[in-house]
Design a protein around this ligand. Structure first.
Ligand code: NCD
Length: 380
């Protein structure tokens, strides 16, 4: 798919470059050549090097991350939610753009795996004195970092970091481009809800077959949304159907390669879907200039109480946060039982534990079942 303005080529190029630099090809990372997600949970053919885009993972790779998350999710619910899996490893949290949940989620995940966390904030760093991103990153790397979790307003920044350092890099959101761990936690949440609806508990026997034929509506400011880009790739990879619902001005400039349906009629789409995924209006990215007014937007595309009543009984409502209550989603809808917004946040920690584990444990990563048993997880 075409990622977004400017960014996709940059990332594709840089990702390949990052792989060549240390003799490994990032495109060979998990699942790219492994078998589709089904029973048996194939382990990735090779260890994950970086997670820069959802396209780094094929169906088997996504399934593997979700399965490892099953094991680690149980650890998170313990009274002492900490395991020694990444003891002695250092994770750098490099957020050059605002974040609440993603940053705290990654840092919590790293600590729950017993990694050391170095937190970098541009506002209180030498970036204020004019130090470049490259010098900053190389300076931190010289202190001994095993992984960088990077959020940046520029699409392609995490891929660049991956070229500069001999450490694993996770894209925690770059410009309008991608946000792969958000898509993974969204997929995990959908799978969890589907399993519960069928009276099953997550574990070895629950694969990703629930995504085949699943219909998801992604509603709102798709143009500026890195969340939408990563989610669409993940859903397509897993066999789900996506309908984008947005005003023409908030559709991406080109939908070539996205493999989605597009509609401007939210009322008509809602009764058809299993999941309605509401995006935030990204006013800080200039969304306002693409819209007559927030009120008019809400009238056409807001998930109001009246609209939510059109959803099928088992359908769920998702939002990546932060929510503009009363704009893209009504207060009451955000808090109704079918809204799984806080579940998404909770699952984010376990998913990021899994991603950090798979990156940092490298060839020594245990199979999901084996990992579960080593952590004393019931039913692993
Ligand atoms: C998103 C982000 O920052 O990309 N939030 C998040 O990570 N949970 C979505 C948004 O800001 O709208």
């Amino acid at each position: 798919m075409s990622g977004g303005p400017v960014s996709s080529d940059l990332v594709a190029h840089d990702t390949a470059g990052a792989g060549e630099a240390d003799g490994r090809d990032a495109r060979e990372s998990p699942g790219v050549h492994s078998t589709p997600a089904r029973a048996g949970w194939p382990a990735p053919a090779s260890p994950m090097l970086h997670l820069l885009s959802m396209a780094d993972l094929d169906a088997g790779g996504i399934a593997h991350v979700l399965r490892v998350t099953d094991s680690l999710g149980e650890v998170v619910r313990r009274s002492i939610p900490r395991v020694p899996a990444l003891r002695g490893r250092t994770v750098v949290s490099l957020f050059a753009e605002e974040s609440t949940r993603t940053r705290l989620s990654f840092e919590t995940a790293a600590r729950r795996m017993s990694a050391d966390v170095l937190t970098f904030s541009p506002a209180t760093s030498s970036v204020k004195k004019g130090e470049s991103l490259r010098d900053t990153v190389e300076t931190i790397a010289a202190m001994g970092a095993d992984a960088f979790v990077v959020r940046h307003s520029a699409a392609g920044a995490p891929a660049r970091v991956a070229r500069w350092v001999d450490a694993h890099v996770v894209n925690a959101g770059d410009g309008w481009h991608e946000h792969p761990t958000q898509a993974l936690l969204d997929c995990y949440t959908i799978r969890q809800c589907r399993a519960e609806a069928e009276g099953r508990t997550l574990g070895a026997e629950v694969g990703t077959e629930c995504f085949v034929g699943l219909h998801v509506a992604v509603v709102g400011d798709v143009r500026h949304s890195r969340v939408a880009r990563s989610l669409v790739i993940a859903l397509r990879t897993l066999g789900a159907r996506t309908t984008l619902v947005c005003p023409g001005t908030l559709a991406p400039p080109s939908l070539e390669g996205w493999g989605v349906d597009v509609s401007q009629d939210l009322d008509a789409v809602l009764p058809e879907v299993d999941v309605v995924y509401v995006l935030r209006l990204q006013l800080e990215r200039g969304t306002g200039s693409y819209l007559p007014s927030a009120r008019e937007y809400s009238a056409g595309f807001g998930l109001t109480v009246r609209r939510a009543a059109r959803l099928a009984p088992g359908a769920i409502v998702m939002h990546p946060g932060p929510m503009n209550r009363g704009v893209e989603i009504a207060d009451e809808v955000a808090d109704m039982a079918r809204s799984v917004v806080l579940r998404q946040v909770a699952n984010g920690v376990a998913v990021r534990m899994a991603v950090l584990y798979l990156l940092l444990a490298g060839p020594n990563a245990l199979e999901a079942d084996e990992l579960g048993r080593s952590l004393g997880v019931a039913g692993a």
